[in-house]
Design a protein around this ligand. Sequence first.
Ligand code: GDP
Ligand code: CA
Length: 327
Amino acid sequence: MRIATLAGGVGGSRFVRGLRRHLDGFADGGPHEITVIGNTGDDITLWGLRVCPDLDTLLYTLGGGVHEAQGWGRTEETHRIQGELAAYGVQPQWFGLGDLDVATHIARSQWLGQGHTLSEVTARLADRWGLPTQGIRLLPMSDEPVETHVVVDDGAGGERAIHFQEWWVRHQAGLPARRFVAVGMDRAVAAPGVLDAIRGADVVLLPPSNPVVSIGIILGVPGVRDALRGTTAPVVGVSPLVGGAPVRGHADACLAAIGVEATSAAVAGLFEDFLDGWLVDPADPAPPAASRVPVTAWDRPLLMPDVESAAALAGAALDLALSLQRA
Ligand code: GDP
Ligand code: CA
C-alpha cells in the first residue's frame, strides 16, 4: 500500500508515527510506504540558520529523538548556546533553540549553502533518523522558501505583517490576526515527488494538523489541491478539534482569522472539494445535513496521548479510507 499524508508538526508527526505502528501490526507482509508531505510555511531564519520546525518535529518524532512531553524539540536537550547568545545580546530570544537542535539547523544551513535543495537536505537528515528504513519518505512541500506571515493591527489604525513564528511563539497567537499571507508561494512549485505521491497513492490521509497554517499552507502549493481532487485514492481526514477546541495550540485563533467557526464540521468544509471522509470525536455534533463531506464519529476519544492510541486512531482513519473507494 502507498499512503500519502500532508503534515504539520506535532499533530502530524504523532499521527504518522501511529500510522507506522499500526501498519507494522499488519500480518500481510507489506511493505507499506508512507510519503509525508511536510509544511514548510513555518520555516524561519534565526541566528543565520535555516530552521524548519515542522520537518524537524517529524524527523525527531519518527526517529525516536523527540521530547515527548513537549511534542517538539529534542529529548535531553540543553540550552547553552542560547545562553551564550543572550549574553552577547543576540536576538531573537523568544524562540528557543536547544543545543542538539541547533546542530540540525547548522547541518541544514551548510548543505543548503552548498547548493543542495531542501528536498535533498531533508532526505539526508531523514537518513540519519532512520526514516527510509521504516518505509517513510519525508518530502518538504516545496524546495522554494515559503514563509507564512500574519497580518495584525499596527495599533495606529493600520496593519503590519509579522512572521508566523513571532505571532505564534512570541505573542502566543494573542494578537488578533486579520489574515495569513504565504510569502513566496507565488514562486513556489511542489517539491519533487509531492504531486506524484498524491496521484499515485492508494490512500491519502490528512492527520489532525492545523487546518489553516499547516494543511492550509500545503494546499496552497500549486498543483497540490488539484492532485487531491484528481487522485483515485480515497482521501480521509482526522479533525484537529475535539469538542469545538483544538487539542493543543491555537488553531481556533487561526480559524477565527479566516472567518471559519471552530467546529469539526466547519473545518471539514475547508476541504470539501476533495475529502471523501472525515473522522471526528464521538462528542462532536453532527454536521448540517447540507454538508458534502460524510462524517464518521469514532467510537473512542479522538486523542493521541501515546503511540498506541495514535496507532488506533490512524488505523481507524485508514479503515475508513479503505471502505470508501473513489469512482
Ligand atoms: P504544529 O505544526 O506543531 O502546530 O502541529 P500540526 O499542525 O501538525 O498539528 C496541530 C494540531 O494538531 C492542533 O490543531 C491540535 O488540535 C491537533 N492535535 C494535536 N494532538 C491531537 C490529538 O491528540 N488529537 C486530535 N484530534 N488532534 C490533535
Ligand atoms: Ca507548525
